[in-house]
Structures are given as C-alpha cells and as structure tokens.
Design a protein around this ligand. Structure first.
Ligand code: ADP
Ligand code: MG
Length: 622
C-alpha cells in the first residue's frame, strides 16, 4: 500500500495556526501592536473600520525592517526575538513565536510599508491569503505601517463566526486597554471609522489609568506596594467605596504582560471580604514583577494564561498585602507613621512559612450604648485583641495623643498639657478614652467631629454603628452558638410567587445560618425556628431582606448568606441619623469602631470616617 503521510502546505499550516492565534479582529490588533512595542515605538496609531472587518491598520515609529526582513517576517517561525530554547523561559519581549504575521497573512489581505532610519527609501510588501503578490520600494516614514484588509475573506466559517460590530469593537477596546496599561510611556491613538476613540499621551501609570477610564477613577485608587522575595506587586487597587457590581477594570500583569487569573482574582475578593458587599468587585491594576524562571508563559497560544511555580504563596501574599493596604488607607494620611514599624509584609525566602491572614477579633458583647462597663470591658475581649485591631487602635490613639496642643480649634478639655503628655505616654484605655470623650462634638445628630493630629476627623454615626453591629452579628453567626431558636408559635409568612421561588432556591443557605423554614404549597413559609441571636420581632423583616438581597444580586447564591444576614440584622438595630448621643456613647461608638476589622467602611463599603487635613483647612481660609 502506498505511503499516506504528506507534509501540509505552508499556507494550510498557517491557516490552521491562524485559527489559534487570530480569533477575531482584536487578536490582530494585539499582535500588531505588540510587535510595534517590541520594535521600540514611542507612538502607535490604530485605525479600525467596521470593527476590524474592513480594515485594521497599525502605524508605528519603531525601528522598521530591512527589505529582506519585510518579506521574511511573513515566514512561519520567523522571529528576531528568540534564538535558543532557553530564551523561551526568560521572555521580556512580547512576541517570540514568529507566528503572528504568517497567521494574519494567511487569513487576510496584508499591506506592509516599512523603513529603517538609515534607509533612504522604504519597502512595500503585499500578501493576500498567504500568496505573495508584490514587493516594491516606496516612500514611507521611519517605522512600520501594517494594513490588514478583509479579515477572514478566505475562511467564510470564521467570518460568519464574528459577532456584531459592537461586540467586536468591545473586544478591540479591551485588548487596547490591556496594552496601553502596560506601556504608559508610549503614546497611543485609536480611531474607529475615522472617529477618535482614545488619544493617550505618554505619562505615568496613574495618569494613564485616569486617561483611559476617566477622571473620576483618580479619587478611587489606593497605591499598592507588596515587596517580597518571591514577587513584587505594585499598582493600584480600588477603595472599597469604588467597588461596583459590574466586573470591569480588573487587570493583572506579569512582567508587563496581561494575565487572566480567576485564581488571583479570588485572592483579591477575599481581601475585600466584609469590607464591601459580597457581590461587589473592586477595580484593580496590579503588576507582578517576578523572576521569569519561576513562570511559564508558554501554555497558551494567546499567552494570557501563565503558570507560576509559587502559586499558592503568591495567592496568600496578594491577599494579605491587599488587606493590609486597605486597612491603612484613609486613616494613613491623618497619622504620623514615623517611628512605627512598616506594615508587616516581610521579605520571604522560599522556605519561610507564609504568615496567616491577620485575623480580627473584637468583643461580640460590646454594645456602645450599654454603660455596663464590666461587661464591655470583659477581659477576654482585651486578651483577644489581635494585631489588626490593635493596629487600628494604635492608629486611633495616635490620632488623638499626637494632637497639636496649640491647635486653633478650641475644645473644652479638663486636661492641661502636662496631663495631656502623660496621656500620650499612657496607653491605658480609660485615660485615653476620657481625653477623647472631651474632644467629641456631635453635629446635626449625624456626625461626630473631633480634632486629629493632621486636621479634623468626622465620623458618620449611622454607618459606624452599622459596621460595629455587622461584625458583631457575623461573629455570632460564625460562632454558631446553639444555632436555632425554636419558636413556640411558628410564624406564617405569605410570599408572592417570585419571592417564594427565590426563598426556595436558597433554602439551604437559610438553614446554614439557623432558620428552620417549611415551604408550603400556597407560596407561604412557616417559620419554625430562627437564628438564636435574632429578635423574633425582626425575623420576618430579616427574611424579607435576605430574599430581596438575593434578588438584587440576580440570584447570585455565592454571595455569602452570612454577610447578608449580618447586614440585615445590623440594619434592624442601627442608630439612625437624628439620634442625640451622650459623650460617653460617642466614645464607646468610636472605641468599638476602631476595634473592628475595617473601621473605615460600612459593611456596604461606604466611608465611615472622613479626615479633613490641615492643608485643606488652610486652603479654605486663604
Ligand atoms: P514574533 O513577534 O513572535 O517575533 P511576528 O510574526 O509577530 O513574530 O513577527 C515576526 C518578526 O517581524 C518580528 O520578530 C520582527 O523582527 C518583525 N516585525 C514585526 N512587526 C514589526 C514592527 N512593527 N516593526 C519592526 N519589526 C517588526
Ligand atoms: Mg509578534
């Protein structure tokens, strides 16, 4: 029998490769722009027509190509960027497979114009569907100009597979954003159907983010700096108040290459747990700087997935580092950190054990409006103080104890400055508290105001109290002490069809936290038992709240029932605006707030504390 194996033609091989590398117009833009970046361009302009179906043009002012290279670059595995297999593991350039241009040329009509600085005349190459058409000298500026026309003209199945123009354009914009966020020092311009979409001047990273996403994001970002021997992570993460239900503006980059990672995304969401609503996602722009020998970028042809040697270590460093960043934000500018040790993100060597996440405990029995100090000062509460709450409390004490005695803000204080300096030395709570109490003012029965070292601190009483109650309930739910409180008289709760269906969907969640509920055929619930800490009078409202929360989250059962229940229970009890507070109550409220895991934010992620700096005050008076 005759031999059956034959070598494929290059054209066919390229078309098959194109299937992997070039999935849609956005992939063409990615490949061409990455080549421009590798070519050292400082300005890159992209013209797109009909979401890339008709034309994708990328013009750069990079190094350009010689006459020979301009033809060679369309050959399979032709690359100027990798010479030996070792290089595969130490990649700093974007390309390295020499696959992109032959793949693009296999499925489109391509015109290349290019010139190097030292050449007087440039060269033009035309290739259609892998077919070489012509090469001619041409006048063209230094750099490279690729025009890709009629993408997939010879692969009807692919062309049909393209989505609507608006979807394809969205893919293009996503790809564009990933590239521009890794190269803020390059100027990028994007046109669609001759309309200018972006013109991004060279700038620093923060400015680039603002230029891409709009001015409002400027206020929403906190700088991140996590420096360990395994990985260095820098960039920005969103303030809890900036979290949105929509998931966009989440970016990881590894050695300046965009990376998709559900796994590391999870580390971030864990860092924000209990600080923002469970269904909200913060924006983040995080750049990993890592020894290229410890990663493998070569696992996927489009190179957005990356394997790490130390995945789980990095996960924990990321989670702890972001959590630490959040715990410092907002308070940080008000406090003089001088003399305080830096945030505890130590330098690791590979063999060091990774420290556990800072765990937060506080006194679950603490009621700021209960003057029974025996109970509130319960000694196990103090001995249970762990690092984070102690850290918060230290911040808080600094805020007060370092205050400027010559402050122009006149407050009635029983303490003279000698006693005050005594106080500064003395960390004991009662003394400290007394000094605080005498510096608290309630405004409009809504805000608590107090001087601080660097200006003025304003606390929202309602949100602060909600944070305290939320953590108290969350703790009780987690402790799960005799979970169910069986009701003597079961309560009947009629629901509409939709709410009944939703309640039924989450029946397991209800049970987990201590509800004993029967589902009746007439769309009503019979409530036989409720979590032990709940007041029976609130039970119906809270069940309704939980159902509504799940409905709002579009049935997203992954939102933790515990969070929702804790927020719902807190909402039933939280002090409202308009409630007058005694000095002692204000003090208790603030003490408790600073013992929580995230004093700066309500459980919904709204700010509880605002600091107005002296600078700002001075500006107002100028
Ligand atoms: P890779 O980027 O993996 O090397 P490509 O097929 O994308 O493979 O490109 C092949 C080669 O063509 C590159 O290695 C480079 O030498 C050259 N090249 C491509 N685009 C440009 C450009 N815009 N400017 C200069 N040279 C380029
Ligand atoms: Mg390339």
């Amino acid at each position: 029998m005759a031999d059956v194996i034959k070598l494929m033609s290059d054209a066919l091989a390229n078309q098959i490769a194109a299937g992997e590398v070039i999935q849609r117009p956005a992939s063409v833009i990615k490949e061409l722009v990455e080549n421009s970046v590798d070519a050292g361009a400082t300005e890159i302009t992209i013209n797109v027509k009909d979401a890339g179906r008709t034309l994708i043009q990328v013009i750069d002012n990079g190094c350009g190509m010689s006459v020979t290279d301009a033809k060679m670059c369309f050959e399979r595995h032709a690359t100027s960027k990798i010479y030996k297999s070792d290089d595969l593991f130490c990649i700093y350039t974007k390309g390295f497979r020499g696959e992109a241009l032959p793949s693009i040329a296999a499925v489109a009509e391509v015109e290349l114009k290019t010139r190097r600085e030292d050449d007087n005349i440039g060269t033009q190459v035309i290739i259609n569907g892998s077919q070489f058409i012509s090469q001619n000298p041409i006048n063209t500026p230094v750099g490279t100009n690729f025009a890709i026309k009629s993408l997939f003209f010879n692969v009807p199945a692919r062309r049909k597979f393209l989505k609507s123009n608006s979807t394809e354009l969205q893919h293009i914009v996503n790809e564009f954003q990933r590239i521009v966020l890794t190269h803020p020092n390059i100027e990028f311009t994007l046109y669609h159907n001759d309309n200018l979409i972006y013109n991004l001047r060279a700038s620093n990273l923060k400015q680039r983010i603002v230029n891409v996403f709009g001015k409002s994001i400027n206020q929403e970002l906190i700088p991140v700096e996590i420096d360990t021997s395994i990985v260095k992570i820098t960039g920005f993460t969103g303030k809890p108040s900036a979290t949105k239900r929509r998931s966009d503006k989440q970016f990881f980059f590894v050695n300046n290459r965009y990376m998709k990672s559900q796994y590391f995304h999870k580390a971030i969401t864990l860092a924000y747990e209990n600080i923002v609503r469970p269904d909200c996602i913060p924006p983040y722009f995080l750049y990993f700087d890592i020894d290229p020998h410890t990663i493998d970028v070569n696992v996927h042809p489009t190179k957005t997935e990356i394997n790490f040697e130390n995945t789980s270590d990095i996960f924990r460093l990321l989670q702890a580092g972001i959590r630490e960043t959040l715990s410092k934000c907002d308070i940080a500018p008000a406090i003089d950190f001088e003399g305080e040790p830096d945030a505890e993100i130590p330098h690791f060597s590979k063999n060091d054990p990774i420290p556990p996440m800072p765990k937060v405990s506080y006194n679950p029995y603490y009621n700021p409006f209960d003057n029974d100090s025996e109970k509130n000062n319960n000694s196990s509460y103090h001995s249970n103080y762990n690092e984070t709450s102690q850290h918060n409390l230290n911040n808080w004490q600094n805020l007060y104890s370092n205050f400027d005695n010559d402050s122009d803000i006149i407050m009635s204080s029983r303490f003279n400055s000698e006693q005050q300096s005594e106080l500064t030395k003395n960390d004991s709570k009662p003394l400290f508290s007394e000094s605080v109490e005498n510096r608290l003012i309630q405004i409009k029965n809504k805000y608590i105001v107090s001087p601080s070292k660097s200006g003025l601190m304003i606390i929202d009483q309602h949100r602060a109290h909600k944070r305290i109650l939320y953590e108290k309930y969350l703790d009780q739910i987690n402790a799960n002490v005799d979970a169910v409180q069986t009701l003597l008289y079961p309560i009947e709760l009629p629901l509409d069809v939709q709410n009944f269906a939703m309640a039924y969907d989450i029946r397991d969640e209800f049970q987990v936290v201590g509800f004993d509920i029967e589902f009746n055929e007439n769309n009503s619930l019979t409530i036989n038992g409720i979590p032990s800490f709940l007041n029976q009078n609130n039970a119906i409202d809270i069940i309704n709240d939980i159902i509504e929360s799940y409905k709002e989250g579009h049935g997203n059962v992954s939102s933790s029932i515990k969070d929702i229940l804790a927020i719902a229970a807190a909402n039933r009890e939280v002090i409202s605006y308009g409630q007058t507070l005694l000095p002692e109550e204000m003090r208790n409220l603030i003490d408790s707030l600073f013992s929580t895991s995230a004093p700066n934010y309500s459980p919904e992620g709204n700010p509880t504390i605002i600091i107005i700096g002296l600078d700002e005050l001075e500006k107002k008076f100028s």
